[in-house]
Design a protein around this ligand. Structure first.
Ligand code: NAD
Length: 285
């Protein structure tokens, strides 16, 4: 989608981190914004920053839990009523929890897959029909490097993000099959970058509370991920800009951290050899 000015962007997870920066990047391009998150104070801060950086931007916020289909459908309804449609959808809300796979509770699975996988599925289900009616649109799904190469201690997150890559590639061809050439798809796959994702538990619903024991393996994993996220060299703002440029070029894959592509090749080589599983941490001391 080359010309974004005046068009409508819907952004989930807009109350923090990358979602907030996507809102700022869209506003800079003159887009109108419909922001969704479970974090209402976070969204209010995003609106304040948007107004400061791009005064006069038309912005609406809505409390939406993306794991709930009816709430995402209500978001699409709001886009129709308030803005007359939606051109650019960012399925971006995401959470993470860590530990060895056998230590996770059923609630851990339900929470992380509910937000990261169902959230994307519901976004597509609610918004693609609207875009088909409009005759144009673009969907950006935030996956992760974890959708391609799988670090230990992040099994549920890895599974959820691999699913986002699979859904994005399938969506691309499903749209092609129905001749919807004016609806683009982008799958964004960053490695670690500094945001509040390491404190994702802050927005975990009480009915899916964390009841798994804090084992040493889990503590070490959390420490390793916190360190890696905080030391990320590319900022959320830079990733948001790269993403918007990709939308303008109708680019499908976005890998802000180029090193990930070498890991994906190495993984394909390991698969080709068929002997051992690919170790993402092999080159780290
Ligand atoms: N930060 C990283 O290192 C990194 C790396 C790769 C991919 N990602 C992905 O980037 C995306 C954005 O995450 P971030 O790093 O900006 O983290 P963040 O925690 O700063 O922002 C995530 C936002 O999602 C919201 N959210 C959580 N549960 C929700 C729900 N049920 N419904 C609606 N909103 C919900 C949170 O309230 C928060 O505002 C996620 O999909 C994440 O998996 C992050």
């Amino acid at each position: 989608m080359k010309e974004l000015s005046g068009k409508v962007a819907v952004i989930t997870g807009a109350g923090s981190g990358l979602g907030r920066e996507l809102a700022l990047s869209c506003a800079r391009r003159g887009m109108r914004l419909l922001l969704a998150d479970v974090d209402e104070p976070g969204m209010a801060e995003t609106v304040r920053l948007v107004e400061e950086a791009s005064p006069g931007t038309e912005t609406e916020v809505m409390r939406v839990d993306v794991s709930k289909l009816e709430q995402v459908e209500a978001l699409a309804q709001r886009a129709r009523e308030r803005f007359g449609g939606a051109h650019l959808l960012f399925n971006n809300a995401g959470v993470s929890c860590g530990g060895p796979l056998w230590e996770h509770t059923a609630a851990d699975w339900q929470w992380v897959l509910g937000v990261n996988l169902n959230g994307v599925a519901w976004g597509i289900k609610a918004f693609v029909p609207l875009m088909l009616e409009q005759g144009e649109g673009h969907i950006v799904n935030t996956a992760s490097a974890a959708g391609w190469v799988y670090a230990p201690g992040s099994g549920i997150y890895n599974a959820s993000k691999a699913a986002v890559v699979a859904i994005s590639e399938t969506l691309y061809f499903d749209l092609k099959d129905v001749g919807a050439d004016n609806i683009g798809v982008t799958v964004l796959s960053p490695a670690y970058f500094p945001t509040a994702i390491v404190d994702a538990e802050r927005n975990r619903p009480p009915e899916l509370a964390d009841t798994a024991p804090m084992t040493e393996a889990r503590r070490l994993r959390n420490e390793r991920v916190r360190y890696a996220v905080q030391r990320g060299r590319i900022s959320a703002a830079e990733i948001a800009e790269m993403t918007l440029e990709a939308v303008e070029k109708n680019q499908f894959y976005v890998f802000p951290h180029k090193k990930i592509k070498a890991l994906i090749k190495a993984r394909a080589e390991a698969a080709d050899q068929e002997i051992t599983a690919f170790d993402t941490l092999a080159d780290r001391k």
